[in-house]
Design a binder for this molecule. Structure first.
Ligand code: TYD
Length: 203
């Protein structure tokens, strides 16, 4: 039986990683075989992506690196799904639509539409995408203590990214959660949505 594919999205500091690590064990208890994965990936392609935004190679080169990393990642996700796993991905294609959709303004016409079209062969449509929504100022405050600073972490830019996410979240594939609350509350909502939309799984 094909597994389930769930992606988590949100701006920097939204809390995706924390929430995913809280719900992973809960989903296991409910009978899911859980695979947690993340983008940029922990491979040389993911390292190249990280280098691209540290060095600022420009929005187009950066976009194609994200897509290259995703293309290979998608192959692995497809294999896990074929084994029946519930794959939870910390960022996926919607990150590119939201972030590079903002970066490519003025570079290509209708950036999100363009990105969807060039990425089509390299992406799977998730069964469910959970958008953890936080105001950019709160996201930035949460990550202020992190040592490694990323070029995208500026309020004006993250405001554009957040707008793109809200626009994307109009699709029925999305569920939007208010991420400004405690991790406990956000994780409880996320689990409830997963149960409701995808059902419980038996072995
Ligand atoms: P992030 O999940 O914040 O990684 P880390 O674990 O290093 O904190 O992702 C790194 C940055 O990359 C983040 O600012 C969002 C950005 N990003 C894109 O711009 N496009 C994409 O397609 C992806 C996956 C991430």
């Amino acid at each position: 039986m094909r597994g389930r594919f769930i992606t988590f999205e949100g701006i920097d500091g939204a809390g995706k990683t924390t929430i995913i690590h809280r719900i992973g064990p809960e989903l296991k208890k409910r009978g899911h075989r859980v695979v947690i994965t993340t983008e940029p990936t922990r491979t040389w392609l993911g390292d190249a992506v990280k280098k691209s935004y540290d060095d600022d190679v420009g929005p187009l080169a950066e976009t194609f690196l994200f897509l290259a990393d995703r293309a290979r990642h998608t192959t692995q996700i497809r294999e896990s799904l074929a084994r029946g796993a519930t794959v939870i991905c910390d960022r996926y294609a919607d990150s590119t639509y939201a972030y590079q959709g903002a970066r490519l303004r003025g570079v290509v016409d209708e950036p999100i539409r363009w990105l969807r079209s060039v990425s089509a062969p390299a992406v799977l449509v998730p069964d469910l995408t959970i958008l953890i929504d936080v105001p950019p100022r709160l996201g930035l405050r949460r990550i202020a203590g992190r040592k490694r600073k990323i070029r995208f972490e500026r309020e004006a830019f993250l405001t554009l990214v957040a707008e793109n996410y809200r626009e994307l979240a109009r699709s029925r594939r999305f569920a939007r959660i208010d991420g400004s609350r405690s991790a406990e509350d956000v994780a409880r909502d996320a689990l409830e949505i997963i149960d409701r939309r995808l059902g419980r799984r038996g072995h």
